[in-house]
Write a protein that binds this ligand. Structure first.
Ligand SMILES: [Zn+2]
Length: 297
């Protein structure tokens, strides 16, 4: 077991403005410093009473291709790239004031959020950050294609297997990375969302993504990304890992374990997060005392 690091917040407030993929609506996201044990909470300043929504798995609600939290009919959608940026930078406490339901897409990665949060700076707080650890392997999904597991490890490490056999430009991609601020900023934060041309066409036909251009998402045609250059040859699998980071951030803890995933999306990521909270062990500042009192009993 690692010793617990201190919790962090941001040093000063910072904001970003963009538009949502699905709704096309303009949205401003303001990040504010918050005290220890506040966690990450979204505040909808556009609604009466400015309701707040803790970014926790209990409030996760199902919506296709994105991560949404909802409480008492109030929702915040597409939070995964924000959550990944906060988790990746070890910002544990932050109040996020937003004026729309759907979070901005920017270039399809966490980069705009990372830039803003780095600019705000990190402020250590005088409380330890609790960890969520696994003592046995937990696995869900099917046996062959689509599954995710977490096994014991003293830090968060993620391995991902992607296989788009019908789209040779993506093909098979595998990547493994230990998650900490340096690796997140340098190897994951700017990896962008991708989809196939026929999926993009279908979404447009449904009236979705009307403001989205090839600069907001990697759209794969027969010859690779349309009107865009890859940032990494394996950018797709890196983005899938970024999504895993954002989804597990909803646990509310620093996760210690080795996650291996094969072709999962937000739904299975969320389900394993729930299971981890049920079967994992929480290490906080009280845990060592608890263990020593057991020994002396
Ligand atoms: Zn994503």
């Amino acid at each position: 077991m690692n010793s617990l690091r201190n919790q962090n917040t941001i040093r000063e407030s910072v904001s970003v403005t963009g538009f949502g993929y699905w709704s096309g609506l303009d949205v401003t996201v303001e990040f504010f410093p918050a005290p220890a044990n506040y966690g990450i909470r979204f505040v909808r300043c556009d609604l009466p009473g400015q309701p707040d929504l803790p970014a926790r798995i209990v409030h996760r609600s199902h919506s296709p291709r994105r991560t949404t939290i909802c409480r008492d009919g109030v929702s915040v959608e597409m939070i995964e790239h924000i959550m990944a940026a906060l988790y990746g930078l070890q910002i544990d406490n932050c109040k996020i004031v937003v004026n729309q339901s759907e979070m901005p897409c920017f270039d399809g990665s966490s980069q705009a959020f990372v830039n803003a949060l780095v600019e705000a700076g990190t402020q250590p707080l005088d409380q330890p950050r609790s960890q969520l650890v696994v003592n046995e392997t937990l696995r869900i999904g099917d046996d062959e294609h689509c599954w995710i597991q977490i096994e014991p490890c003293d830090h968060l490490k993620i391995s991902y297997h992607l296989n788009y056999s019908n789209q040779p430009q993506i093909g098979k991609q595998e990547f493994e990375i230990a998650i900490h601020p340096d690796t997140f900023v340098n190897e994951l934060g700017d990896a962008r969302t991708f989809l196939l041309k026929h999926e993009a066409d279908w979404l447009l036909q449904q009236g979705l993504g009307q403001r989205v251009s090839y600069q907001n998402v990697l759209v794969y045609g027969e010859d690779g990304p349309i009107d865009n250059q890859l940032r990494y040859s394996n950018e797709c699998v890196r983005h899938k890992i970024l999504d895993v980071v954002g989804d597990f951030a909803l646990s509310g803890y620093e996760v210690c374990g080795h996650i291996t995933a094969s072709r999962t999306g937000h739904r299975l990521n969320g389900e394993l997060t729930r299971r981890l909270l049920k079967h994992g062990q929480i290490i906080d500042q009280h845990a060592p005392q608890f263990i020593s009192s057991l020994k002396s009993a």
